[in-house]
Design a protein around this ligand. Sequence first.
Ligand code: SP5
Ligand code: ZN
Length: 337
Amino acid sequence: MPVVWSDRCLLHDPGREIWVGLPTEATEVPARVDRILDTLARPDLLLAEAHGDEILKTVHDEGLLRYLQSAWDEWQASGLPEDPGQSRVVPYIFAHPGLGGPLVEPTAVWAKPGFFAYDTMTLVSEGTWEAARAAVDVALTAADLVREGERVAYACTRPPGHHACYAAYGGSCYLNNAACAAGALDSERVAVLDIDAHQCNGTQQIFAGNSKVIVGSVHVDPRAGWFPHFLGYAHGLGAKNLPLAPGSGDEEWLDAVRSLVTWTRESGATGLVVSLGVDAAAGDPTSPLEVTQEGYREAGAVLGGLGLPTVIVQEGGYDLETIGPLVLETLLGFEEA
Ligand code: SP5
Ligand code: ZN
């Protein structure tokens, strides 16, 4: 299958994540893309083509787009990297709904991130906008190929996108690449099936009440203490959520993937976007699911069995030793379906 990427996706360098107030090592690092592409070893890699903002503006609020585009420049111009010495854009105060409202976009450079970010783990560096915008181009280029007749295309996107909401960013995500791909497919009904270990709260919010796009997700049960904590429960409205207990392995996970596929078939969907996170694998540092490489290969085959025009969009997966093989096995499983 065609593999689309962009060297601009490497420009984002969050450096670290602020967790419980402390700087911890970044998990969403540029090397993830290198490891995937090294393993896929395709001589025929396609570079993303630049696309306009039309679809992006249907997926995201213009205020969020404007902010992300200028956030690092403003931060740098404000002198915060020298005093007090913070080289990444990071929030300190949040526009929490409990404040009541109306909440007004603040003027202070150090207050602005808390108007648009919902966690402290998703830092903005020099190059974050360029990389996130390039990832959208990667997803849109893959969608073009599928619209033009390819059965499936793989978008090697980074930073990931499925936690990015209409007007807010978080969960290592800034712009929702999979949502853009779904918006670009010309199928009358598109299913987005998300097999990342974490629930796709952004994708679900963006398409809530949308008649073209339906969203299903299998993920670790947020009730067991996992990101995104506030969302992703089975009773979540407007989407199919299949939360799994920590420790779940191939059997439980593949059962859930199969039921997402059955649900998709019954929905009459004619196009498919797969949000491919490989962080449900045993050994991934960010989730307690225990899926094997064979499990990912079988998931690829199950998803491929739908026989729909498909864009596969990269989401999470943080174990640098196994991220490449896990993606490769999934794509091979899809191709052999
Ligand atoms: C796209 C994607 O997979 N995003 C993952 C976002 C989940 N990150 C939440 C991490 C929770 C904090 N764990 C800190 C452990 C420190 N030892
Ligand atoms: Zn994830």
